[in-house]
Every structure is written in C-alpha cells, then in structure tokens.
Design a protein around this ligand. Structure first.
Ligand SMILES: Nc1ncnc2c1ncn2[C@@H]1O[C@H](COP(=O)(O)OP(=O)(O)O)[C@@H](O)[C@H]1O
Ligand SMILES: [Mg+2]
Length: 261
C-alpha cells in the first residue's frame, strides 16, 4: 500500500510554472530518489510536500488521509498544517542547525516543544527521560556519540549534516525527505553522510531523496524519478532508469552527469 500519494501538483512563481503536474506514489519502507538538472523543480516539490510552499493545484495524501487538496480550503487551515507537517522530516542542503544550541539540544528541542503541546492539548506526553533516551539512540545511530555537548561550529560539515538527520528523525516522521544532503560537503565528507542514509534505507525508513549522487541513487533507491522542467520525464527501478533509459532527455542528462568531474 502506498504511504504517500502525490497527485497532479502544480506550482507557479509569478509567470513561471515550476511544477507542471507531478504525480507519484511511495510505498512504506521504500526509498525514492529524485534526480534532475538544477532548476527542474526538485526543491520546490520537496517544499510543497513539507507545506513550505502551497501548490496551486493538486493533492497530497499520506496513509489515506488527504493532507492537502488545492481545491479544498478545509485542508489548508494553519493549525492543521502544523500537525500535518509532522508526517514529513526534512534535511536541507545546508544543515540549518541552531548555532546557539548544543548537538543534543538541536536534536531534542523540537521534540520537547511538541511534547509540551501534546501535554496541553491531549493531557499526555513523553517524559524528558524518554526524549533524552531517544536522542541518545539517534546520536549512536548517526555515529555521534561523545558530541552531545559540542556546538555546530565545532563539527565538520559531515557531522553537522548527521546531526540534522538525527534532528529530523527525532520527531519520528513517517517520511524523511532529503534535499541534496551532500551537495554542501567537501567530497571527503560525502561518504559518511551517504553511509548514514544507506543505513536508514536498510532499516526500511521511508524516504524521498533528492540527490545528484547518481551512483548512490542507483545503489540505494528502490525507485527513481527523473525530473526536467517541472515534469517527471521518466521513472522506474534504478536498473531501468540508469541502465536502459527510455527517454532521450534522461539519456542526455545521465551522459552529461557522467562526463562531469
Ligand atoms: N520562491 C521562488 N520564487 C521564484 N522563483 C522560484 C522560487 N523558488 C524556486 N524558484 C524557481 O523555480 C525553479 C525551480 O527551482 P528549484 O525547485 O529550486 O529547482 P531544483 O531544486 O531542481 O534546482 C527555478 O527556476 C527557480 O529559480
Ligand atoms: Mg534544489
């Protein structure tokens, strides 16, 4: 059963239609890689999924709940959107950690706020002990044991990105989204972040990964979407999209990529 269904998403900025009708679905426990040239609309699509942009048209459904329907204002109320956002975790290109907080606080802060709100609205919440234990488990999973008290500026880019992944996971999203998680890293730090994403895939974390790491996408993703100019030009299993692309535009993109350093 699909955990995520995206139907006919359109998004326009002024005169430019950046997403021109994007539809796909994602199975629980699988990972989807989105590839495509710069400017093809990948980030905008992730931002729409995370309610950071409002699509002009289309529908987003998670586990049979319609989270967003452009034609139904009832799905767009602000307090509701904050709750719906929790379905998704987002890891950005440039980490965006809170510089004034320790690694541990970066991971627990949002969860603490969420639990406070739960206490207020539902009369029940996870105790601090549980929040701390979950954070400790995430630190271990991300290979960051011993870094809890460090501040972001004391970490390498790869470590910072691993904190950002832990932070996203701390809210237990159903779907974890990555926007080119290694593109701001020096090449020698790329591997450690990809390794963490790979381990999440092995644990059947449901993920949408925008990446320009073609070998990684081919190796780790269950399904590939190739986007160009706001449309899905081709999709399929990695062996097909990379090994035997059907579309001329896909072939050109892959050829350009493999000839770049
Ligand atoms: N907030 C915005 N306002 C205007 N144009 C935007 C905005 N965000 C993105 N765009 C434009 O939308 C297009 C797609 O951008 P983006 O989604 O970032 O593509 P990608 O992530 O594939 O590089 C680009 O032409 C970009 O300039
Ligand atoms: Mg982008």
């Amino acid at each position: 059963m699909a955990i995520l269904e995206v139907n006919d998403i359109h998004k326009r900025f002024g005169a430019a239609e950046v997403l021109k009708g994007i539809s796909f679905s994602l199975e629980k426990g699988s990972s989807l890689a989105i590839i495509g040239s710069s400017g093809s609309g990948k980030t905008t699509l992730l931002r729409c999924l995370n309610f950071l942009e409002k699509p002009d048209r289309g529908r987003i459904t998670v586990q049979d709940e319609v989270l967003f329907d452009a034609g139904d204002p009832g799905t767009q109320a602000e307090p509701e959107i904050r709750k719906k956002r929790l379905n998704f975790g987002l890891v950005f290109q440039a980490f965006h950690l809170f510089p004034q907080y320790t690694v541990l606080k970066n991971i627990t802060l949002a969860r603490e706020l969420l639990e406070k709100e739960r206490q207020k609205t539902q009369g029940t919440s996870a105790p601090q002990k549980e929040i701390d234990a979950d954070a400790a488990a995430l630190l271990a999973q991300m290979g960051l044991v011993g870094k809890e008290k460090a501040y972001p500026h004391q970490l390498s880019g790869g470590q910072q990105q691993r904190v950002a992944i832990a932070r996203a996971l701390a809210l237990k999203p159903k779907i974890l989204c990555f926007d080119e998680p290694t593109s701001a890293l020096d090449p020698e730090l790329t591997g450690e972040v990809l390794q963490v994403v790979r381990s999440l895939a092995n644990k059947k974390t449901t993920m949408v990964i925008v990446t320009h790491e073609m070998a990684f996408a081919r190796d780790v993703a269950d399904h590939i979407l190739f986007m160009d100019e706001g449309l899905i030009v081709e999709e399929g299993p990695p062996e097909q999209v990379f090994g035997n692309p059907r579309e001329e535009r896909t072939r050109q993109f892959l050829a350009r990529y493999s000839s770049e350093p």
